[in-house]
Design a protein around this ligand. Sequence first.
Ligand SMILES: O=C(O)CCC(=O)C(=O)O
Ligand SMILES: [Fe+2]
Length: 180
Amino acid sequence: MRKFVLEILDLLSEGLRLGRGYLGGEMSSNPTMFVNYYPPCPDPTLTLGLRQHCDGSLITILFQDVNGLQILKDGQWIAAHPIDDALLINFGYVFEVVSNGKLKASEHRVVTNTKVPRQSLTYLAYPQNDVIIEPAKCLINEANPPHYRSMKFEDFKRKHNSVLSNKEEIMKYMSLNKPE
Ligand SMILES: O=C(O)CCC(=O)C(=O)O
Ligand SMILES: [Fe+2]
């Protein structure tokens, strides 16, 4: 899995002109895996499988077997259907910060269904706890000022966990105006 993730991260590093290897080291070498199980729900209008959120990772690789994942795009929830033999990649807040907002963390949620249980497997590529996350220096110049502040990843993660997916709170925390 790590080898696959490194290939993806190298391509993303190159695409953003960060230089090969920029994202592949301590920015992503502290991963966590989860297996999620969503039982069928007699009335899916009453509850979500997982509420709206963005991941606190650099990127998240996701395998899903049954419909349910939705991505927020231009104010609309779009179903991200499972595709045979395909993995889905979500950008997390760390990617948003490092890319200085060129790529935004994707907001997603999971809806339930009445018939079949759903399972998903996520691999969240997190930085090491003591890594400083900030907009990559090579993306910053006079015409492109930083939009996010520098944060120790462990502090960011604590905040992310404590505000339970409240995007407004997290954006405020990551913004340049937050006092150190
Ligand atoms: O189950 C899914 O499809 C999504 C899981 C997810 O978003 C998460 O674990 O952060
Ligand atoms: Fe997620």
